[in-house]
Write a protein that binds this ligand. Sequence first.
Ligand SMILES: *[C@@H]1O[C@H](CO)[C@@H](O)[C@H](O)[C@H]1NC(C)=O
Ligand SMILES: *[C@@H]1O[C@H](CO)[C@@H](O)[C@H](O)[C@H]1NC(C)=O
Ligand SMILES: *[C@@H]1O[C@H](CO)[C@@H](O)[C@H](O)[C@H]1NC(C)=O
Ligand SMILES: *[C@@H]1O[C@H](CO)[C@@H](O)[C@H](O)[C@H]1NC(C)=O
Ligand SMILES: *[C@@H]1O[C@H](CO)[C@@H](O)[C@H](O)[C@H]1NC(C)=O
Ligand SMILES: *[C@@H]1O[C@H](CO)[C@@H](O)[C@H](O)[C@H]1NC(C)=O
Ligand SMILES: *[C@@H]1O[C@H](CO)[C@@H](O)[C@H](O)[C@H]1NC(C)=O
Ligand SMILES: *[C@@H]1O[C@H](CO)[C@@H](O)[C@H](O)[C@H]1NC(C)=O
Ligand SMILES: *[C@@H]1O[C@H](CO)[C@@H](O)[C@H](O)[C@H]1NC(C)=O
Ligand SMILES: *[C@@H]1O[C@H](CO)[C@@H](O)[C@H](O)[C@H]1NC(C)=O
Ligand SMILES: *[C@@H]1O[C@H](CO)[C@@H](O)[C@H](O)[C@H]1NC(C)=O
Ligand SMILES: *[C@@H]1O[C@H](CO)[C@@H](O)[C@H](O)[C@H]1NC(C)=O
Length: 723
Amino acid sequence: MQLLHQGLLCLTAFLASTNVLSNGARGVQGVAGQYLLGLGIGDITGPVVETNMMGYASLAQTDTGLHLRQRSRAWIVADANNDTNRVVFINADIAMGDTGVRRSIVAALSAEFPEYYNNANIALVSTHQHSGVGGYLENLLPQVTALGYVKQAADAIVNGTVLAVRRAHESLKPGSLSLGNTTVVDGNRNRSPSAYLANPAEERARYDYDQDKDLTLLRFDDESGNARGFLSFFAVHGTSLYENNTLVSSDNKGMAAYLYEHLVEPDSMPGNNTFVAGFTQSNVGDTSPNTLGAYCESPGEAWDGQLCEFEHSTCGNKTEDCHGRGPGFRTSDFESNRIIAQLQVDGAQTLMGQTLAPVTGAVKYVHTYLNMSYRQFELPNGTTVQTCPPAMGYSFAGGTTDGPGAFDFIQGDNSSNPQNPFWELVKGAVTPLPPQEQIDCQFPKPILLDTGYAHTPYDWSPNTVDIQMLRVGNLVMLIMPGELTTMAGRRMREALRTKLISEGVLGDDAYVVIAGPANTYAHYVTTPEEYAVQRYEGASTIFGQWTLNSYIDKYGSLVGYLADNATGEQPPSDPAPPDLSGKAISLQTGVVFDFAGIGKAFGDVLTDVRNASAPYSAGEAVIATFVGANPRNNLRLEHTFLSVDQFVDDQWKPVRSDSHPSTTYQWTRTDTVLGTSTVNITWVIEDGTPAGTYRLTYFGDYKPVIGSITPFVGHSSNFTISA
Ligand SMILES: *[C@@H]1O[C@H](CO)[C@@H](O)[C@H](O)[C@H]1NC(C)=O
Ligand SMILES: *[C@@H]1O[C@H](CO)[C@@H](O)[C@H](O)[C@H]1NC(C)=O
Ligand SMILES: *[C@@H]1O[C@H](CO)[C@@H](O)[C@H](O)[C@H]1NC(C)=O
Ligand SMILES: *[C@@H]1O[C@H](CO)[C@@H](O)[C@H](O)[C@H]1NC(C)=O
Ligand SMILES: *[C@@H]1O[C@H](CO)[C@@H](O)[C@H](O)[C@H]1NC(C)=O
Ligand SMILES: *[C@@H]1O[C@H](CO)[C@@H](O)[C@H](O)[C@H]1NC(C)=O
Ligand SMILES: *[C@@H]1O[C@H](CO)[C@@H](O)[C@H](O)[C@H]1NC(C)=O
Ligand SMILES: *[C@@H]1O[C@H](CO)[C@@H](O)[C@H](O)[C@H]1NC(C)=O
Ligand SMILES: *[C@@H]1O[C@H](CO)[C@@H](O)[C@H](O)[C@H]1NC(C)=O
Ligand SMILES: *[C@@H]1O[C@H](CO)[C@@H](O)[C@H](O)[C@H]1NC(C)=O
Ligand SMILES: *[C@@H]1O[C@H](CO)[C@@H](O)[C@H](O)[C@H]1NC(C)=O
Ligand SMILES: *[C@@H]1O[C@H](CO)[C@@H](O)[C@H](O)[C@H]1NC(C)=O
């Protein structure tokens, strides 16, 4: 994080060199007045301590504080001539969409705005970040490391997302849309190149890279052509921050959104901006932000520091030591995160500075549920194939170079030494040995977890997924329940574009993007050729080798619902997935009570900042330690656990919050029995910070043995920053 101020330096230089504050080219880019546009943002940060983090599914990755708050951002596009006809695109700083969270969001919005929002026109897309709060997913498999379901985490996502959409709704006004793309060459790298190479040579020869380098951007303008925000699509895993980070953050997509929004509104507190920058995930499956490649971290071994073995990404035949390196590797994963974020910001900036192609035409959407268990369909050549009930292959437990042994929840665990009480509780239900029908269906995947047959104590994996597409003018967004690999995404986009054109829905300007993982989390989607190789992505393609073709078939069959003359009526649907929330098991204990310690008060300073007579300068870290209380008592959504205050005009003015990348909030339980804890607040002073008098402020809430949760505030002593 030390280098974050360098990022701000770059931004400052950039501000000086371009007219970014006016957001580039002015003038009406689309057709004014055809659409009503709304943009909004909401805080979705769950409990930042004592809760497992989501993404790497590592039992050891329990959060201890906050780097950046997680947020949902929402974009509404309505047809100005019939404003009940609209689509809502939500980009949430979470690891993956979830059926239960989506159900609650849809229920809340359709209750509040019954004529406008429904199950079909709301898309819940995740940034697929791996440093957020876990425990919110409804299906059992992802809950294992999180000690089951954490209601507070799910509620924070639901409430903050509904708030983002409500704000977008309240901001609706006429405007125009425009669309373009650029390349971000250094922003990603293939983490399973040996699987990619299994695709036909002539197909690979059509592409310059084994990753998609395109960043597509949909710009939102008001009637005068002033930008209000954008939605961009670029495929790169949210794994810049490693599995050993325990500060809740939003990884490179959330960081990019912060950087861009800060550029436009430098005086707004993060999350209090009106310009909404969207960095949305795309066909992310085999992408990695660890662009330097994967190396062995095997101290003392001959292969230490060498590239991992190509086919299996192993070091001395083991996966555990093989780690991808991000571009800031020599400094820290936080620096890698900043660089990958900045590359996406630069791409978006390039497009926002150009005149893009106007988007005109109808607003349409289609949604249906699809049961993937033994779904039979015809391939284009007439052969009938089927998808299978979900199952995980052996390589699933091997993880990836971004997180070796990811989801390997039994690693290091055995019956005599249970590390994971949740696993112990449910493992009796695990292994209904797969029937022959399933073994044949999943072939050539060797089945490790037959999750599709595991329903006890509740469903391990979804059988039923959300199929959804949103159309605005010539842009069609395929809202996908899984993580498509690069080539799977290319086949999907191309097939759908061809179909949209051949069925007369769109003309030659048809533009198709993938957004996901969204709605229901259905793991990975490889090509059948990649599936045969069974790397992590193939082993995690849960519905078998024909998963991709099944999606191509199903999405393709629905393009007529996006036609100009479509009535808005929705297609027939398989039954919606069951609501499992009533069955959810949670082993996380609540906060019992907090105690300040004998002779101390909450918010007291234990270790202070330096005396005002010894000024700080840019690049230095200011740290203070306070008598703390458990932040699970109050998530302080839309607020902050800390501020940096500057003394100006005879009063204290907050100038940083807990969502500035230069600040961190860390909580430490010092005595479980007594209930004491401490909080560290750190601010790394950015270059260009004005000289003056400052202080650190801590906002907490304690839970007494008897009585209700009570807020308190603590201040460090004054300190000074020299010019
Ligand atoms: C307006 O759009 C809604 C939703 O698509 C549709 O049901 C309705 O029929 C439309 N109204 C008119 C007058 O076209
Ligand atoms: C979510 O909203 C509900 C209803 O307003 C409220 O009771 C609950 O405390 C909120 N939860 C969180 C985590 O904000
Ligand atoms: C980028 O835009 C150009 C011009 O519209 C288009 O030809 C090209 O296919 C687009 N690239 C992608 C990946 O969609
Ligand atoms: C975190 O993990 C990365 C990747 O394995 C490693 O390079 C780094 O040293 C680790 N950091 C700490 C603080 O252990
Ligand atoms: C957020 O912005 C609004 C309007 O610009 C302002 O009134 C409010 O004080 C801001 N809140 C914070 C926490 O900065
Ligand atoms: C890795 O496995 C191969 C094949 O089984 C074996 O030849 C080699 O010695 C092993 N390497 C190490 C370091 O164990
Ligand atoms: C899904 O399809 C399978 C195979 O046809 C069937 O056994 C199962 O009951 C279906 N599930 C639901 C929820 O309809
Ligand atoms: C149809 O295509 C599939 C997938 O490539 C292949 O397995 C099958 O043999 C083909 N069928 C025919 C009749 O060519
Ligand atoms: C369980 O793991 C521990 C530590 O790795 C090991 O000592 C013990 O033998 C294992 N027990 C069984 C039953 O494998
Ligand atoms: C809608 O338009 C398409 C293509 O122009 C046409 O094939 C189809 O029959 C029309 N559908 C209806 C319901 O009019
Ligand atoms: C908190 O800061 C103190 C010094 O003020 C330091 O000794 C301690 O290690 C820090 N704790 C954490 C969790 O960083
Ligand atoms: C901190 O600075 C403010 C503004 O200069 C001043 O009013 C206040 O007395 C100072 N507090 C201490 C403890 O020095």
